[in-house]
Design a protein around this ligand. Sequence first.
Ligand SMILES: Nc1ncnc2c1ncn2[C@@H]1O[C@H](COP(=O)(O)OP(=O)(O)OP(=O)(O)O)[C@@H](O)[C@H]1O
Ligand SMILES: [Mg+2]
Length: 428
Amino acid sequence: MVRDGVAQKIRVLVVDDFTEARTSVAKLLQFEPDIEVVGGAEDGPTALRLARELRPDIILMDINMPGMDGIRATEAVVSEVPLAQVIMMSVQGETDYLRRAMLAGARDFLVKPFGADELANTIRRVYELDAERRARLGAVAPASAPGSVATRQGRIVVMFSPKGGVGRSVIGVNLAIALRVLSGARVALADCNLQFGDIGIMLNLTGNKTIQDMLHREPDELTPEVLDSILVSHSSGVRVLLAPARPEVAELFTAEHMRAILTALRRDFDYIVIDTWTTFQDLMLTIFDHADRILLLTTLDIPAVKNIRMFLDVCDALGYPPDKVVLALNRADSTGGIDIADIEESLRHRVAARLVSAGPLVTASINSGVPFVLSQPDAQISRNVFALAKQLLSPEDLARAESVERPAVATPRAGFGLRRLFRHRGAE
Ligand SMILES: Nc1ncnc2c1ncn2[C@@H]1O[C@H](COP(=O)(O)OP(=O)(O)OP(=O)(O)O)[C@@H](O)[C@H]1O
Ligand SMILES: [Mg+2]
């Protein structure tokens, strides 16, 4: 492997609670000229510490360990040492576990017992895939620089609609999870509906930290560690930036603050989905400027379409390329006699996605705090959201998503109806 112009070995950390298992992996790799075992850990916390200290390229992680299991350890490694790629090791019959591990951010897996060739080839494949990915993201942090992380250039997808109540939040939540499920990449969901954000409640998440904790900070101060302490983890692996607990806080935000927040998020995540509210304040224009894609959501009624036309004119005036705006029809099966082709013609914009109306399912999903792409991944609305997510993936992530079967996802526990609301408010 050539890195920084010098032939370097792929650095591997082996994590297994059995000493013999760690030794046997090291033995299998001892004659590989391009691979070096740099350390071994017998449990998750040690793995995390050594990952921070040794900065391995690859971590071979046993799935079944006492205490912090391989899945939790993977989650921690992925968020704290993002340059290390995890390959899971498991025994036959742990498929469900394995799928969860992939969702937690593991890049590949090996079923025990494995031979030297299979092991070395898997390590090389994952390393090379990641090298391409880092090159694509335009940043390779030298492995010898402790504490440094790759400078990502994540893709920002902004959920917007000139009219409220069309499904920005619920579709945004499910879209963020679909992006994560399909790509295994680092996905953030930011609730920039600063007054009445409801992402926390839709995901059954509470936390003391919100976007308010990012106020008055320069981008450089918003380090990955600071982001990590503010964003809340959802069981899908999506990291969530919650909206302020009180509506009046919204007034404290300026376009400058928003710029700093978006810059920091883009640096630390591969995909950032942003929920918004309907306004054309400076703040929102800053969000639009930073967006790679504006997901313009509409329903099919004449006033909504008229507003979309006006919004597309604004985008034109701002000099945005037409493909920056992805037009999606929500509740597209209730066309009310309007022909989609006519709409496209009058808007001079392609309808890129259609999402069906799924009343009881969507309502139940919001009320239970379990997004429908997780609870009902095969429902039509979920399929629509996955299809939309595919349009937003980078070509490399799309190729990866097409080549692996969609992992079955651990469904988070449902909330407790209205009591959830009080619990949520209690966190303020
Ligand atoms: N495809 C759909 N099928 C059925 N119901 C839907 C669909 N999309 C959205 N809804 C419903 O529409 C309502 C509004 O959704 P949501 O809160 O996500 O919209 P919003 O654009 O974020 O609204 P707000 O302006 O309040 O932020 C919710 O009750 C949701 O259940
Ligand atoms: Mg909303």
